[in-house]
Write a protein that binds this ligand. Structure first.
Ligand SMILES: [Zn+2]
Length: 381
């Protein structure tokens, strides 16, 4: 059946189309136009809201009380559903540091769920991380990226594994970056104490993503710029940022949006299972986490343990802070999709693409979500 969504600003790949309309046919975007829409029985008028591509989250561990970590099919579906209903129509499952055998097991178990399209791939964060910047990752389980350990992940994750976050300064780190990149998986630099030079070598070896820039890495020093500066200088690299108003100061986020070319920033949630839950103490994959005022920390005043937001919150914070609408919504959709090589499936509003859409009101709140041509919940009126 064909649906028409009209009277809306539409975020296209190259601009925002004002007072546009879009016709969906089945699960596909069939037509996009301006002004008066074609007549349709299933007409939705959005009254000046913004219609953006469904969000794409390349760093998310859980939400709504469940997590991806153990690859339990019920949990994975619950996390995906939690985020989808809030606008994230495409996401990877991010796994935290665990014993290698557990990660291998989860990767193998997630294969079917990736094939079914519940998640678009898997991101493994660890265990090749720097103890000095490991955040909530268990320091006892960190290890160097030996060829055997890297290969164990790559082979268990064949066809499923999208990205591995690692600290390139560890013994064998640069070779591991090259090995990961050669296997068609994205090496991401994160939880790292690398010097500027080592980070540059990792970028030369194929690293293409900064895992939550500034968080979990050696800070900038004027005589040792460290990994953040090297990553910002790489013109082809994607910069992940967590904009929950806890991980980064607003001025850092607005500065990045105004200084980096469009197409470099990817908003990520880094959400854990506690996202969407009320203030309280939770067991999150064996860690005791306290959620308070939208912040998730290891209990006892420990480090931030991921975030308690969804990508819709990051988008709202960025727009409220004055971010350009096209740039912010591109950072939540097209850039992360392109980073993962999913650009022809997700992240853009174009004729022929899957109808994954999110409608935002004037206060930047998500008011409706369409996934594969289906409204999740009641269609907006
Ligand atoms: Zn992290």
């Amino acid at each position: 059946m064909s649906t028409v969504i009209a009277n809306t600003d539409i975020v296209l790949p190259d601009r925002v189309l004002e007072d546009g309309w879009l016709r969906g046919d089945g699960n596909i975007i069939a037509e996009i136009g301006e002004g008066a829409p074609p007549t349709s029985a299933a007409m939705v008028r959005l009254g000046g809201h913004t219609l953006a591509p469904g969000f794409v989250d390349i760093h998310v561990h859980g939400g709504g009380g469940s997590s991806f970590q153990d690859a339990d099919p019920g949990d994975v579906a619950a996390v995906a559903d939690f985020h989808r209903r809030r606008g994230t129509t495409t996401m990877v499952a991010s796994l935290m540091t665990r014993p290698l055998a557990d990660l291998v097991h989860s990767l193998a178990a997630l294969r079917e769920l990736v094939a079914d399209g519940i998640v678009a791939g898997v991101h493994v964060e660890g265990p090749f991380l720097a103890a000095a910047h490991c955040g909530a990752h268990s320091p006892d389980l960190l290890r160097a990226p030996s060829p055997a350990a890297v290969d164990a992940l790559l082979s268990a994750g064949e066809g499923t594994l999208a990205m591995i976050t690692l600290a390139p300064e560890l013994p064998g780190g640069i070779a591991a970056v090259r090995r990961i990149s050669d296997a068609g998986v994205l090496p991401a630099i994160g939880h790292t104490n690398a010097s500027y030079d080592t980070a540059r070598r990792a970028i030369g070896a194929g690293a293409r993503v900064a895992t939550h820039l500034f968080n979990g890495m050696r800070p900038i020093h004027h005589r040792e710029p460290g990994p953040a500066v090297a990553l910002l200088e790489d013109p082809g690299g994607t910069i992940e940022i967590i904009h929950d108003r806890k991980h980064l100061h607003d001025s850092i986020v607005t500065g990045l949006f105004s200084r980096l070319p469009s197409g470099r920033l990817a908003l990520v949630s880094d959400a854990i299972a506690a996202a969407g839950l009320d203030t309280g103490r939770y067991d999150v994959d064996g860690l005791e986490v306290t959620v308070h005022d939208g912040e998730a920390r290891l209990t006892g005043g420990g480090p931030l343990a991921g975030s308690a937001i969804t990508l819709s919150d990051a988008v709202r914070h960025s727009l409220t802070a004055g971010g350009d609408r096209h740039s912010v919504l591109t950072a939540a959709s097209r850039t992360p999709a392109r980073t993962l090589g999913l650009e022809d499936q997700a992240g853009s509003i174009r004729v022929g693409r899957r109808a994954d859409l999110v409608a935002l009101d004037q206060a930047h709140q998500v008011v409706a979500v369409m996934s594969s041509g289906q409204w999740l919940g009641r269609p907006p009126r």
